[in-house]
Design a protein around this ligand. Structure first.
Ligand code: UFG
Length: 334
């Protein structure tokens, strides 16, 4: 029995693939390389010493997707094949709704046809909008997303809840990621944003690496200890391991729909991140204070207690590992 990973060549998918293979799981990856590189596949094999099947297809192509289900015994699916750039989603709402929402529907429909009803969904803390309470628990109200990307996550969560209501033979895990950073310790796989990065850590490493001139700190007048935005940064390997724990739960329970925050429970400001990066790597990050970025909130960090109690999962890696590993990837791939 194999686990299907649409988008398995991407940042989160590739790290999860490594952890699954290290745990002797059989996986099948499908990817159209819209935001990833074919070389990642060999790197996953190099890190793990394990092989897996790969199909270069678009997961919204029902015919090709069905072929994968016909040719393999797929038992569960972890879907990483979503578009994820907040700013781009504002410019390209049709593409985002089509790829993320229609893609998920096609995938779920094909899964149902082939009797595969175990699904893990990559959701995001963005579904909480401007959170009611901090730290954020899973029962906080969702909604109030400020961009199409975030709304796709919200819609897919709702689709999954409705699907489970209609047929409780499904086993569904919704994982709400906070801010994934870092890379595998080998430095072979990591985050490769196309063009100028939107996210903080990829920007920091490129400034330190002199690929970008200086970092703009978006606002220093938020209601936070130093005025800059506070987020829950989580090491990508910890995040990947959360998927294995989620799968274990779905395999152990007969069915159900489960929702977990994957975060550390600690919030760091933008200035904290710059300082931590400089301290852990010895590099300098040139920055200036700039106006607030539209759509940003002041503070967002998780209460990760539910995942700890029910999945026996907890983030192990701290801010120093996150910074060092992000930098290591850039240095090794210069
Ligand atoms: N920031 C800067 N300068 C930059 C980039 C970011 O100051 O060049 C600041 C932001 O204002 C924010 C913090 O760094 O305070 C983190 O910003 P990111 O863009 O790295 O992350 P966000 O929290 O805005 O968004 C991320 C993901 C989304 C996801 C969300 C969930 O990008 O996909 O977390 O909380 F939805």
């Amino acid at each position: 029995m194999a686990i299907l990973l649409p988008g398995g060549a991407g940042y989160i998918g590739s790290h999860t693939a490594v952890e699954l293979l290290n745990d002797n799981k059989e996986i099948v990856i499908i990817d159209n390389f819209s935001n990833s590189n074919p070389s990642v596949l060999d790197k996953i094999k190099k890190i793990t010493g394990k092989d897996f099947k790969f199909y270069e297809i678009d997961y919204t192509n029902r015919e090709e997707l069905e072929k994968v289900f016909k040719e393999n015994k797929i038992d569960s699916v972890m879907n990483f094949a979503g578009y994820k750039a907040v700013g781009e989603s504002v410019q390209k709402p049709i593409e985002y709704y089509y790829n993320n929402v229609c893609g998920a529907l096609i995938l779920l429909d094909v899964m149902r046809k082939y009797g595969c009803k175990k699904f893990i969904f990559s959701s995001s803390a963005t579904v909480y909008g401007n959170p009611e309470i901090i730290p954020i628990t899973e029962d906080c109200k969702v909604g109030g997303t400020t961009n199409p990307y975030g709304t796709t996550k919200l819609y897919i969560e709702q689709i999954l809840k409705d699907l489970y209501t209609s047929d409780n033979e499904w086993s569904i895990g919704i994982l709400r990621y906070f801010n994934p950073v870092g890379s595998h310790e080998s430095g072979l796989i990591g985050e490769e944003p196309q063009g100028i990065p939107n996210n903080l850590m990829p920007y920091i490493v490129r400034v330190a690496n002199k690929q970008l001139e200086e970092l703009s700190v978006f606002g220093n007048d938020y209601d936070t200890p130093d005025g800059t935005g506070v987020r829950d940064y989580i090491h990508i390997v910890d995040l990947a391991k959360g998927h294995l724990k989620m799968l274990e739960k779905l395999n152990n329970e007969n069915n159900g729909l489960f929702i977990y925050n994957l975060g550390t429970g600690t919030g760091y400001s933008v200035l904290d991140m710059i300082n931590a990066f400089e301290k852990s790597t010895g590099e300098t990050v040139k920055y200036k204070i700039a106006p607030r970025r539209p759509g940003d909130i002041a503070t967002c960090y998780a209460d990760p207690t539910k995942a700890k109690n029910e999945l026996n999962w907890k983030a192990e890696k701290g801010i120093e590992d996150m910074c060092k590993d992000s930098w290591n990837y850039i240095v090794k791939n210069k």
